[in-house]
Every structure is written in C-alpha cells, then in structure tokens.
Design a protein around this ligand. Structure first.
Ligand SMILES: [Zn+2]
Ligand SMILES: [Zn+2]
Length: 404
C-alpha cells in the first residue's frame, strides 16, 4: 500500500501559529495605539497591484524589480505583481481615492504581508509582514522628526530595547546627480573587481552598486564616496534641523553615512531600525518616506488637539506635542507658513477638539493659547510651555471635560 505524499508549504513561505501570532497581535495593537496619537489612520490595501506601479516607483534597476518580484500575467494578460512593499500602493490609493485633494497631508499606516523572492536564509521569508507609516504632502524637517519620535516611542513601548536607530540623508534632486557622478567615477576606477550586474548598474543607476549583494562588490563599495559629502545646502539644513529636533526630544540615534535605502524614491532623510530585539526581522518594518501634514484624529475616547506654528515655534511645539502624546492624547502638528484661518479649518476637518496656537506672542509669554473648536468659548485658555507632561495632560483634559 502506498501512502500519498503530503503537501508542504511553498519554499520561503510558512505558517504563523498561535504562540507567535499572539505576539504579532501585541505589536499591531501597540502600533494602533501609538500611531493614533500622531494622527495616523489605517489604510488596508490590496496585495496585488499592476506591475508597472512598482517598476515606476521603486525604479526599474532596483534588485526588487529586476529579480525579486512575484509577477504574473492575469488571464487577460494584464501584468500583475504581489506587492514587494506598501509605499507605492499607499501613494496609488492616496491619488486614486481623492485623498490627495480632500486630505493632502494624510497620515496613513498599514500592516500586512509583502512578497519578495529573495534567496532563502534563516529568519527571512518570501512572504513577510510589515507595519509601516507614511506621511504625505509634507517636506519639512518637523515631519521627519515627528515620525522618528513616534517610531522611538513605539519601539520602546513594545519593549524592543535592543534596537538602534540609524540616520542619514540621501540627498535630493539637486545634489544626488552630483553624488551619482562621483560614484560612477569611483566604479570606473574599480571596474575589474565589480560583478557583471554592477557593470550594468554603473551606467544605468550607480547608486544600486551600494546594495549589491556580491561580497567582492561590497568590499569595494565600502570604500566608495559617501552621499553625506555631496549634500547640497538645502539637504544639509534639513538634516541639521531633524537632528536638532531628535536631540531635543532625546531620541537616540546614530548617523550612518553609508546608509542608503535600496529604493530610488527615497529623498533626504533615510533611516533604519537595526532591530535585534524584535526577534523575527520580518515582524516590523517601518517608516518609508516621511512628508506630510499633521492633524488630530480624535478616536472615540481620545481628545484631538491641533497646533499652529510660527517661525521660532517648531522646537517648542514638538516638545509640547510629545508630552501630550506620551500622555495618550492624539495631537496633530501643522507647520508654519499658512494663515491661522487655514490652520483652524484643517483642525476642524480632522475633528480636532482643541487648537493650541503657538505664535511669536505666545513664545514671548511662555504659554500657548488654546481654542475650543467645539464649544467656541470666548474665554481665553492657556497652556504653560514649561509645564510637565502630566500637568499638561491634566489641563487639556480639564478643558475638554470641564467647560465650567
Ligand atoms: Zn556587484
Ligand atoms: Zn540636496
């Protein structure tokens, strides 16, 4: 008698059993809780997209697009791909759904499986899971800093102590071409030691030589010029402000001048969490491009507070927002450069309960003005800028609940 062969899972794919899925759920719940304080709402995306979406957004010459995607022709010959990452899909949805008009600075987070046909190695799977967050429509350093503060709080909250945040700037449209040319020159000088793929990359997209997986290439590229030395003035100023805000909020990070993300769409701030403490490295992925505008999303039992900033106020505003968020409140931060009326309209659209205004006058007085957006009270209310986190949270709760 012959016992039929059993069918095993596909190589590189696996099951997640209850002991592990329980831990994953804890990570997801913490993300929902922490991200809400920063104004993020969840977007659920399809796992299948048109192949051209990734070819265009990730870059035709990236390893992902060239070698690692699960692509197939649908029955009507449409080229489809199992998503290798989610940012491209987020941006597609943002445009397709009209959010780009109705909520240009949307803050969206996602979770779910991604698919890449990488060489199987321990702890890496071809279907892996990511939690990520995207801020759209903003390019100011405050947005980057806020995302990194959020990431820091999230990682601390889930007990991922053995994580390290590494930061770099990868330049922008102004200075990247300069760097690209320097890399090309370097590559030409070391041509003999580079693999055939890198020979091709040298002409088409020399940045991709930096993430070549061939060992001899890695040895050579470890001596290549770093992007940090080619940054333009705008990129330097941006990075300096991000760093100053992180230091103000006591976020630990290290600069890694060799950090370049493996995708073409990154601009300026790039970061990685080196996450030994999270166990499976595919449990959490994060961040991505960070520019977008802020506003509060009041969940059912959390208050919303909106911010308006004036020029000198970016640091104090982030400090105030961090203390309120650490106390469990959802806070949106609006950058300077728009009228108070426009800012209040945004706060209203996000169903913010209160607006906290921090202008020149307030900085001078050492206290922020608070407007009640629901009761429209005339009585002026204030928050002292030097109050402790718990004091601030108590004051805000009294303003929301009290209203005597
Ligand atoms: Zn190579
Ligand atoms: Zn630049």
């Amino acid at each position: 008698m012959r016992v039929p062969d059993t069918i095993a899972a596909v190589k590189g794919f696996r099951d997640v059993l209850p002991d592990e899925s329980r831990r994953w759920r804890a990570l997801e719940e913490a993300a929902e809780r922490v991200f809400a304080r920063y104004g993020f709402g969840e977007i659920r995306l399809p796992v299948v997209e048109r192949t051209e979406l990734f070819a265009r957004s990730l870059g035709e010459t990236t390893d992902i697009v060239e070698k690692e995607m699960y692509s197939f022709a649908d029955r009507d010959e449409t080229g489809l791909t199992l998503r290798p990452e989610a940012t491209a899909g987020v941006v597609r949805a943002y445009l397709e759904s009209g959010l780009a008009q109705s909520d240009p600075s949307a803050r969206l987070f996602y979770r779910g499986p991604m698919f890449r046909r990488e060489r199987p190695q321990r702890g890496r799977y071809r279907q892996f899971y990511q939690i990520g967050a995207e801020v759209l429509g903003r390019d100011d350093p405050l947005a980057d800093a806020e995302l990194l503060v959020m990431l820091d709080r999230y990682l601390a909250g889930v007990g991922a102590r053995a994580t390290r945040l590494e930061l770099n700037s990868v330049g922008d449209r102004v200075c990247r071409p300069v760097y690209r040319e320097r890399l090309r020159e370097f590559g030409r000088a070391h041509l003999a030691g580079l693999c055939p793929d890198c020979h091709r990359r040298l002409e088409r997209n020399p940045l991709r030589m930096l993430d070549c997986k061939v060992e001899s290439c890695q040895e050579i590229m470890a001596r290549a010029p770093v992007v940090a030395d080619s940054l333009c003035e705008g990129c330097r100023a941006h990075l300096a402000q991000v760093r100053a805000l992180l230091e103000q909020e006591r976020v630990d990070y290290t600069m890694n001048p060799r950090l370049v993300r493996g995708l073409d769409y990154y601009c300026r701030t790039a970061f990685e969490v080196v996450a030994d403490g999270l166990g499976a490295q595919n449990a959490v992925g994060g961040g991505g491009r960070y520019d977008g505008l802020v506003a509060a999303l009041g969940g059912p039992d959390i208050a919303g507070v909106g911010f308006a900033l004036a020029a000198r106020a970016v640091g104090p505003a982030l400090a105030l927002a961090t203390r309120l968020r650490d106390g469990g409140l959802a806070v949106g931060l609006e950058p300077e450069g728009r009228s108070l009326k426009a800012l209040l309209r945004t706060a209203d659209r996000r169903h913010a309960r209160l607006a906290v205004i921090l202008g020149e006058e307030e900085l001078e007085a050492g206290r922020a003005t608070v407007r009640d957006l629901v009761r429209h009270q005339d009585r002026r209310q204030f928050l002292p800028l030097d109050a402790s986190g718990p004091e601030l949270v108590r004051s805000v709760q009294a303003m929301i609940g009290g209203g005597e």
